[in-house]
Design a protein around this ligand. Structure first.
Ligand code: ADP
Ligand code: AMP
Length: 215
């Protein structure tokens, strides 16, 4: 089963994708993570996109579609979770073609709805483990031992450079201008489901499971 988690930055897509990987053996494909990896590797592409990401703007469709195409080639018996991709109609169109070429289909697009003020609060307190990717929040979900990842024991805990109020304003603008039209696109295809992303993490997980068990 291949699914898309759709929602603005801070909606909880990465948090839920990790749970789906653990429980359903699916593979998370986060273009944000891939781009951050390219940046830290110092590749030419990574250098090109760094400033765009820090400003909170979208990188070109060509770059992200290329990244996704590479990952799809490896296949995933439990299916893929697309997290933060697609973000434009051009990307959605390209994804349709890629999935069709694999002889597969999209089963559901789950829109996670969260109010803007809550998104800003979530993103400003977010930190992640640089080793295993676990996602935390300074106030609502800190690590059990300060400075040590609960999941893997690493002390490489990081805050994202774009998780600040100014970049967040731009990222939200990009979402409403360029990404939210995908809701209509997938509604027309009969794939769109919306869930309350304001609920606690376990309840959101249950809402997603409810959709997937019927897809
Ligand atoms: P996204 O991948 O959509 O940008 P994340 O999964 O990284 O969002 O979550 C953003 C922040 O919000 C993180 O600090 C995470 O711990 C927190 N968070 C995620 N889901 C919830 C939730 N349901 N309730 C409260 N906080 C949450
Ligand atoms: P994310 O980790 O999903 O919040 O993405 C972080 C940043 O990476 C975004 O603000 C964009 O600059 C860039 N990015 C991630 N995914 C995409 C995408 N599908 N299309 C364009 N830019 C993206």
């Amino acid at each position: 089963m291949n699914i898309i988690l759709l929602g603005p930055p801070g909606a909880g897509k990465g948090t839920q994708a990790r749970r789906l990987m653990d429980k359903r053996g699916m593979v998370q494909l986060s273009t944000g993570d891939m781009l951050r990896e390219a940046r830290s590797s110092g590749s030419a592409m990574g250098k090109r996109v760094a400033e765009v990401m820090d400003r909170g703007e979208l990188v070109t469709d060509e770059i992200v579609i290329g990244l996704i195409e590479e990952k799809l080639a490896a296949g995933a018996p439990g299916g893929f979770i697309f997290d933060g991709f697609p973000r434009t109609l051009g990307q959605a169109d390209a994804l349709d073609g890629l999935i069709e070429r694999m002889g597969q289909k999209l089963s559901a697009v789950i829109e996670m709805q969260v109010d803007d003020d809550v998104l800003v609060e979530r993103v400003s307190g977010r930190f992640t483990c640089g080793n295993c990717g676990a996602v935390y929040h300074e106030r609502t979900h800190p690590t059990a031992v300060a400075g040590i990842c609960d999941a893997c024991g690493s002390s490489d805990l990081r805050k994202r450079p774009d998780d600040n109020a100014e970049s967040m304003r731009q990222r939200l603008m990009e979402y409403y201008k360029k990404t939210s039209s995908l809701i209509g696109y997938y509604h027309a295809k009969g794939l769109h489901h919306s869930i309350d992303g304001l609920a606690d993490v376990d309840t959101v997980e249950q809402s997603i499971a409810h959709v997937l068990d019927r897809a």
